[in-house]
Design a protein around this ligand. Structure first.
Ligand code: ADP
Length: 655
């Protein structure tokens, strides 16, 4: 064994020499002499002595050197030699950190005994430190193992949706960490009121499959009822079930949303070791993971069921559904939509919509800005079918299109229009005859007051019917596309003209007519006659339906190369449930009873707007007024102006 090293610092160098040569070295110690406090400190740092012997005279009165050496080498014994010992000084030295005090006469034996005793104490202290460190290391290791197991369970809970494998990991970890003989995860079957084994470790498969335990009459059931954990270790084995005894057990509740759904159970069947409180804390943490895993699996199952339901609905529904994200990648296209646009459903998802669908009218919808939605469009397929497409922008999803096949409705509508047109035609001649004869009546003889009044009434009624028939025929013509020619003109002039024509009517109702026209508007390419009809109808309606003293506002501006015309009023508005129908022929909302009308005005307006490839819609809060918005594009005239589009010829020739 290497010689123990002793550091000496004496004021009396002769004495230091004697102690070194005559006392310590012969006893096998290696002595290091120092001559001053500084050299002692430096040397101590360098050689790390096993013991330090110091003469008090060098360090009095407050023993700063002892303090410094002890601070740097707290485990090294420090012996103090003093010639004049007082109780006070001894106490001060001991407080400063001295381990022993030597006084004259300096007998060899006394010095050696003191050094030896100090070294023995130091060794004992070192042994104790080593043991303690080992014990702490072991406990740290155990802690690390526990943390490792917990993180393993945590990882498996978050990384997997396979509930069987997660719960097996949970039970295995609980058994492993507690060193138990066996463990199982019992879940409550609410219908039968029994606990069954969902996962197990060291429990025979057969038992695990057939195990059933009533909640009412079992220890595990008690945990379910109380929601509190249970530890048992007694002198005699505890019965779990018939012929199933354990020496000690730990039951930890599995809680989900403040409800106990099961028990994590750990048993020692052979071992007599009890389970500790700290093990209980650990297993509780593991049980929490199990509860989370079960809850996750339940939520996943629910979501999966909902997803399947939704999928089934989308697959079976007769309407077409297309969903694209905001980058125009296809998210969903149900079989109806796939069939309509010849898309193979299996390869569709994730691809750009314009690579799958080539119908220009449909593709145009995807290019529109979000402010255009929700919108409705009719799209005619190659096979002649007509689909009514409704597009809605859902910010967190994308664009959702639903499409209904309205071919039949369109056909019936066409037949109805044809019929109405024919009847209107046929009615016109007899009405003209009636009017003619009514006008002649006055000429054939004198009429009394009553007769004149009756004639006036007949004239008014015939005029009303004629107006209606003219509107119907007009509508027929517009719908057939058999329309007046389009030309370039200033839309704002037409707006001003219409306002002037209707000003008198508005003034008669004491209404304010507000006109807002943006400066420098470009000319529009449209049919002036038809656009004036639109303006007349919309502004006329606003004046007609708004109460005396109200206001009507007309706003015209451009946005994104489109004309936006808005006619607003603060009249009665339109009931929400009736808003979708007001553009239908003959539809008069329930708010319109006091005003006269045919219910054809807005149908004509809509047809005209659509004939100009524009859009019209209404926004209205009942009781607060209505705003009709018309959007017309700033189209340029075709290079060679056509008096009629080929499609219009086709429709016209059907008449
Ligand atoms: P009408 O000949 O009845 O005015 P329209 O086709 O022009 O027929 O309008 C259809 C219905 O829409 C009206 O009967 C009325 O109920 C409603 N309507 C139209 N414009 C307005 C408006 N500015 N304010 C309130 N309701 C309106």
């Amino acid at each position: 064994m290497a010689a123990k090293q002793v550091l000496l610092l004496f004021k009396d160098q002769a004495l230091q020499d004697v102690i070194a040569r005559a006392v310590l070295q012969p006893a096998g110690y290696r002595v290091h002499n120092s001559s001053s406090a500084e050299t002692a400190v430096q040397l101590a740092r360098k050689i790390l002595p096993h013991c330090i012997l110091l003469e008090a005279k060098l360090d009095e009165p407050d023993f700063p050197l002892i303090r410094q050496l002890k601070r740097q080498h707290p485990a090294t014994p420090l012996l103090l030699f003093t010639t004049q010992i007082t109780l006070e000084k001894s106490l001060a030295a001991l407080r400063a950190g001295a381990d022993d005090i030597l006084t004259p006469p300096m007998k060899t034996q006394v010095v050696l005994q003191a050094v030896q005793a100090a070294l023995t104490r130091q060794e004992e202290f070192q042994d104790w430190t080593t043991l303690e460190t080992r014990r702490n290391t072991q406990s740290l290791q155990r802690r690390l193992d526990e943390l490792d197991a917990l993180s393993r369970v945590g990882r498996s809970v978050t990384a997997s949706l396979d509930i069987d494998s997660i719960l097996s990991t949970v039970v295995e970890s609980a058994v492993e960490l507690t060193g138990a003989d066996e463990g199982s995860l019992l879940l409550l079957d609410r219908e039968s009121g029994e606990l069954y084994i969902r996962a197990a470790k060291n429990i025979g498969e057969e038992i695990a499959h057939t195990f059933r335990m009533p909640v009412d009459d079992s220890l595990a059931g008690e945990v379910i009822r109380s929601g509190e954990p249970l530890l048992y270790s007694g002198d005699s084995p505890q019965k779990i079930q018939t012929a199933y005894f354990v020496q000690s057990l730990m039951y930890v509740p599995l809680r989900s949303h403040s409800e106990t759904i099961g028990v994590l159970s750990i048993h020692n069947r052979q071992k007599k070791d009890p389970f500790s409180e700290s093990q209980l804390t650990l297993v509780s943490a593991i049980a929490d993971y199990a509860a989370i895993a079960i809850e996750n699996a339940r939520l996943f199952d629910n979501t999966e069921v909902e997803r399947r339901k939704l999928n089934a609905i989308l697959t079976k529904v007769v309407d077409g559904v297309i969903v694209v994200d905001h980058e125009q990648n296809l998210l969903l296209m149900n079989p109806t939509a796939c069939a309509a646009f010849n898309v193979q459903s299996e390869v569709a998802a994730g691809q750009k919509i314009n690579q799958l669908v080539h119908h220009p009218d449909l593709l145009r919808i995807f290019d529109l800005k979000p402010s255009f939605f929700p919108l409705r469009r009719e799209v005619v397929l190659e096979d002649g079918r007509v689909f009514n497409i409704q597009a809605t922008d859902i910010p967190e999803v994308g664009l959702v299109l639903t499409m209904q096949d309205i071919t039949q409705i369109k056909e019936m509508d066409r037949l109805k229009s044809d019929f109405v047109n024919a009847v209107s035609h046929d009615l016109r001649s007899p009405l003209t005859a009636i009017m003619g004869y009514v006008e002649l009546l006055e000429r054939v003889g004198p009429l009394n007051e009553t007769q004149r009044e009756f004639i006036q009434r007949v004239t008014l009624s015939v005029q009303n019917v004629t107006g209606l028939i003219n509107e119907l025929l007009d509508l027929g013509r517009i719908e057939a596309g058999f329309d007046t020619q389009k030309e370039m003109f200033a839309l704002e002039h037409l707006v001003n003209l219409t306002i002037e024509e209707l000003r008198e009517l508005a003034e008669s109702k004491n209404q304010a007519l507000i006109v807002e026209i943006a400066p420098n508007l470009p000319p529009i390419y449209a049919s002036p006659t038809r656009i004036q009809q639109v303006l007349n109808n919309l502004i006329g309606n606003a004046i007609k339906y708004t109460q005396v003293g109200g206001w009507v506002r007309v706003n015209l501006h451009t946005e994104d190369r489109q004309f936006i015309l808005q006619v607003s009023d603060n009249g009665p508005g339109i009931p929400v449930s009736e808003q979708p129908y007001i553009f239908d022929r003959f539809y008069r909302a329930t708010n319109a009873t006091q005003a006269t009308g045919t219910g054809l005005g807005l149908a004509i307006v809509k047809s005209i707007v659509e004939n100009h490839q524009g859009r019209i819609w209404v926004d209205s809060v009942p009781g607060q007024g209505a705003t009709f918005t018309v959007v017309l594009s700033q189209k340029k005239p075709p290079e060679k102006p056509l008096s009629r589009q080929p499609e219009q010829w086709e429709k016209a020739s059907l008449e």
